[in-house]
Each structure stands twice: as structure tokens, then as C-alpha cells.
Design a protein around this ligand. Sequence first.
Ligand code: GCW
Length: 674
Amino acid sequence: GYDLWLRYPKAEGTALSTLSSHATSIAIAAQGDTAKVARDELIRGLGKMTGVNPTVAGTPQAGSIWLATPATDPALASQPVKLDGLGDEGYLIRTVTVNGNPVTLIAANREIGLLYGAFHYLRLAQGGGSLDRIDIRSTPKIKLRLLNHWDNLDRTVERGYAGQSIWDWWRLPEWKGPRYTDYARANASLGINGTVLNNVNAKPESLTAPYIAKAAALADVFRPYGIKVYLSARWSTPVELGELKTADPLDPQVAAWWKAKADEIYKAIPDFGGFLVKANSEGQPGPQDYKRNHAEGANMLAAALKPHGGIVMWRAFVYAHDNPDDRAKQAYADFKPLDGQFADNVLVQVKNGAIDFQPREPFHPLFGAMPKTPLMMEFQITKEYLGQSTNLTYLGTLFQETLESDTYAKGKGSTVAKVIDGSLDGHKLTGIAGVANIGVDRDWSGSIFNQADWYAFGRLAWDPELGAEGIAREWAALTFSPDRRIVDPVVRMMMGSREAAVNYMTPLGLAHIMSVYGHYGPGPWVDTLDRPEWNPVYYHRADAQGIGFDRTATGSNAIAQYAPEIARRLAKVSTTPENELLWWHHVGWDQKLSSGETLWDSLVHHYDQGVAYVQGMRQQWAALRPYVDADRFKQTETFLMMQEQDARLWRNACIAYFQSISKRPLPAGAAAPE
Ligand code: GCW
């Protein structure tokens, strides 16, 4: 699994002859570091696939791949291609004629576009299809496409399920192991162009000189791949390092301290990206400790970074007030009034849902509600709540569901994707972040199938309107083989897998009923923790009458944070989507749903469907033994077996517990919980 989707397997038959005639040499005049890694990736990939390394030529000839930028290739001007509109990162791939010979041109305004184009070409080459008459143009729709590592300085990873952190802080900055380069290759192959190295629960040490030097060493490795380094900043750093008495953002000394810190960082990392900040959330310090708001905090940091072109990503994941009536409402309450007050190099980074990366959450009400502020999406690639490293729960469908949700902010069609790609409100500064699922495990992500979530995030960051299914097909073909006998069943398994997890964990809009610390197994019964919103009972609210969280006007009225079209629909059970029902309503056990079943019977059936889907995946996988190498086959086979145990445990525990409250008999045919 180490090679991820960059396996470049030996081609055979027509695929081999196609490659051998279309990709015999690489013509490249550009000399920069990025052009070189593009060239080397093509040599590596094509060499492995054909068994013969392509030669490198100065000018294109028959069978060349010609990597060209206008600055280095005057001959490009005579080709019938337009580079306008490709921007700094876009590229085109096109079959052109040079001196009467067919040549595959990869052209871009900048070298980074050549690298992205080279990876695209290698994807096509591995697909085994025709390489004639290619005509592709591609530009990223979102500007900042980042991974967020929740990696600690002691190499533990918060919510990491793939081993220790890949950042070997102890041996940095001197030792830069080859894995860093492979990390950069994998990310660049998807178009990811930034990485936040350290946990948002940040330590002050991460901004001291030794760690700046370590980050600079990583930045040096990543630079040719178009990847910038960012750091999480702890609000109280100057105080905790003993350098100031206060961290009040309006104190000139504090502003001066951060300015000097930014200058120090940029001296070591001239293209440093900026800071990610978690403030006044889950015990983290922040400007509110000094009675200042989030905008005052973010803007002070932004001013320090501004002269260097850096940005601040200020997280909206906050829940710190005393006894909130509904945790889902707090981010909106804190941030919505600040719309228009953030400096122009600040993005507010918002999780996909209002609570916390649940198997299913309605989209966050801030999307569409802050038109004057660039909002950045935060997805969680690491599967804290979706079965961690072992469960096969493809997240592409979850990402897609959020991105295509309609906020109605400017009428129908105001999707979340359009909010974050800036098109809805005319923002140029746009971003999307994924909390990484990467560690030192040999397969990087804790399982082969978890690699697909990293892949899907990167592809959607490039184009949020790509569909999860097409991405799954691409990934499966690159990861296993383009043979439809494996791609079709693998994609089928993947596409329903997240819904299956919803069903065996939190069906019908339930949320946050996981065991309270690990977030892996079930724990809906827990009610003993200090703060109400730490307890699963706070979220499901099951009682003798029914189950679910009333977020309508008779309850917390969280629906009022959404556009009127949505709020109106959510106000009534009958017009609320069934898969979000218990998120918005407290529903009677005997209430009839659109399926004709009572809520209670439907709940039980959903749990059963979840288990049945996992059984089905086991069968489908078993039939794939002939097509997958033994190691990867065995890992998935074993993990699916574990997943079925998990699903059964969830089902049995939740049904037994909820039945102790509902006091309803199981529907006919449902097995009694073991
Ligand atoms: O999802 C929750 C996690 C915390 C995490 C926090 C956050 C980094 O359980 O581990 O802390 O969210 O996003 O800040």
C-alpha cells in the first residue's frame, strides 16, 4: 500500500503498445525545480509501466510528451492552444502536431501546472485507454487546498489511526527522509497545495526557533511540488513562552510580538503560508479571554502576516459558552455578527456540519450566512466518527453531500460548493481543508480503503463539483487495476458504505452517540459527564414519548439560522428529509414515517440494514480474491470481518438501549439484540 494511487504497474498488451508509441520521450525546456520533478515523475511512471525509461529531449519529436510554458518554449506560440484562463496552476493536455508528428503537449503558464498536468497524464496512461486526440483543460476551482495535520510535537496524532506522525521532529531539520518527498508527490498528484504541519490544539514550542527551522526543512522538500507550509498558532504563545504578560490582541506589544514572529518565520520560510488558529474552543485560549472578539484576534495576526503575503485561517469550531441550549448554534452566534469585520487576508474555516464530523450532519448554517467573509471548508479525512482505520466507509459521498447542499443564500442553487469556491459572493481568496489521515503506517492511512478518502478530498478540493462515484472509479482503477471486474464491485461497495455506517451507528439523523472518548463504538447511554453537551443523552434525547433533538421553534430553534426556504421545510416533520429527521425533531416512537413504518420500527430496520450492508461487502470482497494481491486482499478481508462485528455491536447496543426507553416490541423479523 505504500505507493498509494501512484503504483504505475507494468502495462501489457495494447496498453503497453499504446504507451510505447505515445510516450517514448519527454521534451522539456523549462529548468526550474518544479519542471524537473514533473519530468522525473513522468520518467518514473512511464518507465515502470513500459519497462523502458523515456528519453529526455530538448525539442518534441514523434511520440514525445512536450512539457511547455510560454516563458521557456517560444514554439508554443505557433500551436493552436490558448493558455488564457489557466491561471497559475491550471494546465492543458492536447495532442498536437509538430513537424508533421503527433506529440502530446502539456502546457501551463507556470511550472506547477506542468506538474499537475504530468500527474493527470499519468492517470490517463494507467487507465489503459487510447492516448490519441487528447484535449483536456483543467484549473482548480479553489485556491487553497490544504491538509490539516493534527500532529503533536511528540509524534502522537490527535484522532490519528495510522500510526505516529510522519514528521520526525527529533531528526529534523537535518534528516529529511524520503517519505517527505513521497508525501509531496502524493499530494501534488491531487493538486493539494498546502499543509498545516501541527495540531490545532497547538503548543507554544511550535513557534520557537528550533521548530521554525524544522518546518523550514520540510518546506524546502515540498516547495518543488507546489506545497506551502502553514503552522497552527496557539493564541497564548507569547505569554507561555514567558515573553509577554498578556495576549490581548489590542495591546500594541502583542501585535509587535506577532509581527516580529512573522518576520522571523518568513526569514526561514520565504513562502510560508500562514497560521491556522483554534481559539476559545475546547479549552484553547483566545481573544475572548481578553473580552475581544474573533475578528479582533484574527485581524491582529493577519496584520503581522500581511506584508509577507500570508493568511490566517481562523476556525469557527467553537463551543465554549456556559451551558449552551444547543451546541449546534454557537458558531453561528459567535461569527455571523462579525461578517464584514475580518481583514482581507483572513478566512474563517468552518466544519462541514455544526457539531463535529458526524456520520451525517446537515451542512453548517454559517455557509451562506457570511457573504462578506471567505469561508473555508473543513472536512475530516481521518475517520474519528466513522470507524477509524478499520471500517470501510468511503467519505467521498459525505463530502459530495455537503458540497452540493443548497444554502438558498441567494436563492435556489446557492450550493455550499459555490460558497467555498467564491463564486457565490465573488471571493478571490478561497480555501478547503481536510484533516489528514496520514501516519507512519506502511499504507499511510491505516487501511488501503482509507487512502480513497485522502484521494477523494484532494480531487474535490480541485473541483468540488466532481462526483464521488467518478472519483471512486478513478481511485479503484489506480489502486487495484482498471479491470472492470474489480473496479465495478469495489465502487459499488464504496458508494453505499458511508450510508451503511450511518445506519449501524446513527440512523435517521441521530448524532454523537459514540463512546465518549474513543468515538469508535456505541455509547448512547452515557449521561455522567460534567458538561451537558459532552453526554450522548444530550444529543438523542430519547424518552418515553420519543427520540431526537427539537431544533424547531418549540426547541432550540436552530433552524432559524438557515435561509427561510430551508427553515420552513425543517419546521415540520412531514417536510424534513427523513435522513436528518432526529437532528431537527423530537419524534414520537409511534409516529408514521413516509415508508409507512413507525419511527421505532424504522429505527430498528435502519440498524439492520447497516449490518446487512457490511455482510454484503464481505461477500463482494471475497469474490475479488483472484484480482487483488494477497496482502491487500487479506487486510481488507480482516477489516471487513471486524467491521461486521462493530456493526453488530452498534446495532445490538443501540437497539437494546433505546428499547429500554421506548418499551416497544421489535418489528416482526428483527432479531433480539444479543
Ligand atoms: O472533532 C473534535 C475532536 C478533537 C478536535 C476538535 C477540533 C483537534 O474530537 O480531537 O481537536 O474536534 O476540531 O478542534
